[in-house]
Design a protein around this ligand. Sequence first.
Ligand SMILES: [Zn+2]
Length: 245
Amino acid sequence: MAGPVKTEAVVLRSMRYGEADRILQLYTPDRGRLSAIAKGVRRARSRFGGRLEPFFRLRIELHEGRSELLTVTGAQTVDGYARLRGDAPALDAAARACDAVGRLFETSEPHPGVFNLLCRELALLDEQAAGQRAPLGWRGALAFRLKLLLAAGLAPQLAVCASCGEHEHLVGFSGAAGGVVCAACEAGSFPLGEDAYRFMTEALGRALTEVPEASDPALGQVERAIAATLEHHAHVRLMPAAARV
Ligand SMILES: [Zn+2]
């Protein structure tokens, strides 16, 4: 598959390389995660300007040779999310969102839904940084992660006990079982309160802009449930969903 590649992409990471180059980790709708080198990008007169920085959404042209590393030959900005760059909490949330996507979807397998979800999350954080929306903080970050789990085919079983199918007395969460468990199956699980349960079911069914309310202890249980699911079923460990103050 050598030759030119044109695609949209979000820059997940951008690392200095050599004298003037950068290695980019990109997330694309149709080729998943890929790595590319941008040559001469750190020179003052680079034609790429400053747009090969993290969180930029680009229309990008790449050359694919024999190496796994593609070469950037052109890039236009679709959205730079300029406002989030001036806001420390939004910047931190964007970095965590991009890191989660890069770790969970690290292959070239296409997941256009994940690309759209990431762009939506970055746009939301940009609007929050501009004061157009109330910041969603920790619960917004967890809702985003739950939707990533769904896209990865790892959505936890929430309707019935993941172990025995019981409909009632769902009191715990088990990463190994892959969801909520009933009182009889709770060995090896941790407690999941009603608030956390409600948050998970509602957040999975709603838009990213309509994240349900929940107490901090409930959000702690949700984060633990997400982490347990990822560790057991994807062998991935993510950084905390939000910076703790
Ligand atoms: Zn059970």
